[in-house]
Design a protein. Structure first.
Length: 367
């Protein structure tokens, strides 16, 4: 244990002296939070799935659903009438949902008979960071306008409102933060370990380590502990800044910390595998970038997976960062620990496979 602590401290001092280390651990995620918080907006898609809970047994709710289908923008899915919408959204990690209230048709009939009871209002719930959210809101608005024009011509009697999230009132940054955390875990662990292992291999540092008392396992454990502590600290700082500036409602849960630790284990192992195969640090950095940056954009951190073509969605399902991002979002936003643990299990399997492969290639006594 003393050797692990000694290597942990020595490596930590060296890593933190390098400007790129603290930058990617602390400055980079804060910049993403600030920049994307100011400018992020959704893209257009051909169609999106829209789960609908119809609590109304009158004729106009069915008409409204038919109009929604006519837009060609949404594909209607059914939410059970007896489900609590907030719990259903959280339990199923739904990015979108629409609720038609039980008095929808009654309000329209009353308005048409000049016995005004107020607007008949449907509610859209969703994740505002996803381009599908903007599409769904557009379709709901278009269907509302169509219904108003055909019922009265001028006076609106149907409206809609939006509500972000499920049991809590979340904002844009609540949904964006988990992706930032996932990217930070990957960039620090993968990029650093790839360069470190490639440099140690090319300069013969592994042979020097073989002459010391520290074992390969202890050396790896110290790196894992360092990056885990570093990135949990990064999460705490980024979360605090996000709360202060954007009034976020996400939660820091035990599962989210475990996910970060598993993400570190996975990407440290991946960096170790790349580093012991590649001949020099420069090539290692290039390969890490070539692998890491596509993962950033195909993992659902910046752009929702359902906004991509089907073949890219299949690729995204093979990317480990996708499971880290989704697990963090399930845990921190939806409090859906069942789904988060499933993503954690997938990460663990991938991590073990990569770690075993890396361990077979890695040797203290390379020539």
């Amino acid at each position: 244990m003393s050797r692990i602590i000694a290597d942990f401290i020595g490596f930590g001092k060296t890593y933190m002296r390098n400007v790129s280390g603290p930058f990617f651990a602390f400055v980079f995620p804060i910049l993403l939070i600030l920049v994307f918080g100011a400018i992020f907006s959704g893209d257009n898609l051909s169609s999106v799935g829209l789960p609908v809970q119809n609590l109304d047994d009158g004729p106009y709710s069915e008409v409204y659903i038919e109009v929604l289908n006519m837009t060609g923008i949404v594909e209607i899915e059914t939410i059970p009438e007896d489900a609590s919408i907030h719990e259903y959204i959280d339990d199923n990690s739904l990015p979108l949902a629409l609720v038609i209230p039980e008095d929808f048709s009654e309000s329209i009939i009353a308005s048409l008979s000049d016995n005004d009871t107020g607007l008949a209002t449907v509610t859209v719930y969703g994740d505002p960071t996803r381009s599908t959210y903007n599409m769904a809101v557009g379709a709901v608005d278009a269907a509302v306008q169509y219904l108003n024009n055909n019922l009265t011509g001028l006076d609106p009697i149907v409206s809609f409102e939006v509500s972000q999230g499920g049991a809590e009132e979340f904002n844009y940054m609540d949904f964006f933060l988990p992706g930032v955390v996932g990217i930070t875990v990957m960039t620090n662990s993968l990029f650093a370990m790839t360069s470190i292992c490639a440099e140690y291999r090319s300069r013969g540092y592994f042979r020097l380590l073989a002459t010391t008392k520290i074992s390969k396992a202890e050396w790896l454990v110290s790196k894992f502990l360092f990056f885990t502590i570093l990135l949990i600290a990064s999460l705490m700082i980024t979360y605090a800044i996000g709360q202060a500036m954007f009034e976020m409602e996400t939660s820091l849960t035990l599962v989210s910390f475990v996910l970060i630790a598993m993400g570190v284990f996975l990407f440290v192992s991946m960096g170790m595998l790349l580093g012991v195969i590649i001949k020099d640090p420069e090539s290692g950095a290039a390969v890490a970038n070539a692998i890491g940056f596509p993962m950033m954009f195909l993992s659902g951190a910046f752009f929702p997976l359902d906004s991509m073509p089907e073949y890219l969605q299949l690729i995204a399902k093979a990317i480990p960062l996708s499971y880290l991002n989704e697990g963090l979002r399930d845990s921190m936003v939806y409090s859906n620990n069942e789904s988060a643990l499933l993503n954690l299990a997938v990460l663990a399997v991938i991590a073990v496979v990569i770690f075993v492969a890396a361990s077979r290639f890695m040797s203290w006594r390379e020539r």
